[in-house]
Design a protein. Structure first.
Length: 128
């Protein structure tokens, strides 16, 4: 199971990071980033499966493909921004982490505007 691999890699990485931070702190951030990327690579197949399921559900529900694509972009931005913010926090750069999170939220809001417009249009059409 992938989750056991991820947990194992994470625990080994934590132990290595404890040792590396003590003797070579400059390498600790690089090791943390490498482990994060490795974990993401392990999840690529699962993410691809999730995207396929969402697109299939959207087709079955007769939802415009543009909306499904936008939702997937929003989810991707949220996860990538969180990942980058956590890496920044690991490197003791909390201010940069906050800026990354803020930028992610603004981009998500910009992408969500067409969805909000479509929802308001739908509600207005339903009202007498």
């Amino acid at each position: 199971m992938v989750v056991l691999q991820i947990i194992g890699i994470g625990l080994v990485a934590v132990l290595l990071l404890l040792v590396v931070r003590e003797y070579r702190p400059e390498f600790a951030s690089l090791l943390s980033i490498a482990v994060g990327v490795l974990i993401l690579l392990l999840l690529i197949d699962k993410i691809d499966l999730l995207i396929d399921v969402m697109v299939d559900l959207g087709s079955k529900a007769d939802i415009n493909q543009h909306y499904i694509t936008t939702i997937l972009k929003i989810l991707g931005i949220a996860y990538i921004a969180e990942f980058a913010a956590q890496i920044s926090r690991d490197a003791k750069e909390g201010a940069i982490a906050q800026k990354i999170e803020m930028a992610g939220k603004i981009i998500i809001l910009i992408l969500a505007v067409p969805l909000i417009e479509a929802l308001v249009d739908l509600i207005l059409r339903m009202l007498p």
